[in-house]
Design a protein around this ligand. Structure first.
Ligand code: NAD
Length: 239
């Protein structure tokens, strides 16, 4: 049953020529993937911060790849949620639409979203630590062949703790936030920077609507907060 009637929100969406959406792991929770907090900060006996870091990778690349391999298999076992699909439908109606996501699971792309900025990288690719080479992280990926021809090593194309976001992707996200008349902030605790800053008044003059069952660090920046699950709101909005 719908939790919120987003009628006035739909009117805003119909009127907006430029829309920016910021998503976090809450939208993928509806597909069955754990949120960052859901992971509990631990994998087996390892702290996630230690696995997802350049230092952790330097210490034990195979262990780090094994962790990502498990996560990749989890991503491949799920489907986009009605909320992912709704955002792809909304994109087709809006002249200037940008979806900036903190998720690395590719579910927005699978759902049909096109203008997607993957702020924190993507699980589906590996990149070289030394040169610009990239390759798919798929079933053919060999954990016994992590050295690249140039002398570097294959690592996940993920932004790790202590690393900067890809500058071109971040710049495109800030541009989209600046242009936006309406911004939807979906399923993020708003704690991870600089992604969260996109939805603050410093970066956007858009009308900001947060869709999250819980209060977050971005709630004070939102013009409106809808305390509901993404799939209870976005499909109604897309209809
Ligand atoms: P977070 O775990 O900090 O916050 C998740 C938010 O989602 C919470 O505020 C929660 O209330 C909300 N939420 C839960 N269920 C929801 C629903 N059905 N509808 C709407 N909101 C819901 O996650 P974050 O803000 O994305 O930041 C954590 C970091 O972890 C990010 O950098 C992200 O890259 C990474 N991460 C990604 C994935 C993924 O790709 N699926 C999974 C885990 C973590």
């Amino acid at each position: 049953m719908p939790v919120t009637e987003p009628d006035d929100l739909r009117a805003r969406l119909d009127a907006a020529r430029s829309v920016c959406v910021l998503t976090g792991s809450g939208i993928s929770a509806e597909s069955g993937l754990p949120t960052f907090r859901g992971v509990g900060g631990l994998w087996r006996t390892h702290r996630v911060e230690e696995l997802a870091s350049p230092r952790g990778f330097a210490r034990d690349p195979r262990l780090v790849w094994t962790w990502y391999g498990e996560r990749r298999r989890a991503h491949m076992s799920v489907q986009p949620s009605p909320a992912h699909v709704a955002l792809a439908e909304i994109e087709r109606r809006v002249p200037d639409f940008t979806l900036a996501t903190q998720n690395v699971d590719s579910l927005h792309i699978l759902a049909g979203s096109r203008n997607v900025l993957e702020l924190h990288g993507k699980m589906r690719e590996a990149k070289c630590t030394r040169c610009d080479a990239r390759r798919p992280f798929d079933d053919a990926f060999d954990l016994d062949a992590l050295e690249h021809d140039c002398g570097g090593m294959w690592r996940p194309d993920i932004v790790w703790f202590g690393e900067s976001l890809p500058p071109a992707v971040l710049e495109a996200a800030f541009d989209a936030a600046r242009r936006a008349e309406l911004m939807l902030v979906v399923g993020t605790s708003g704690i991870v920077q600089p992604a969260a800053s996109l939805a603050t008044k410093r970066c956007t003059r858009a009308y900001v609507v947060e869709i999250n069952p819980e209060e977050t660090a971005l709630t004070p920046h939102a013009d409106r907060s809808i305390r509901a699950r993404a799939s209870d709101v976005l499909p109604q909005l897309a209809r």
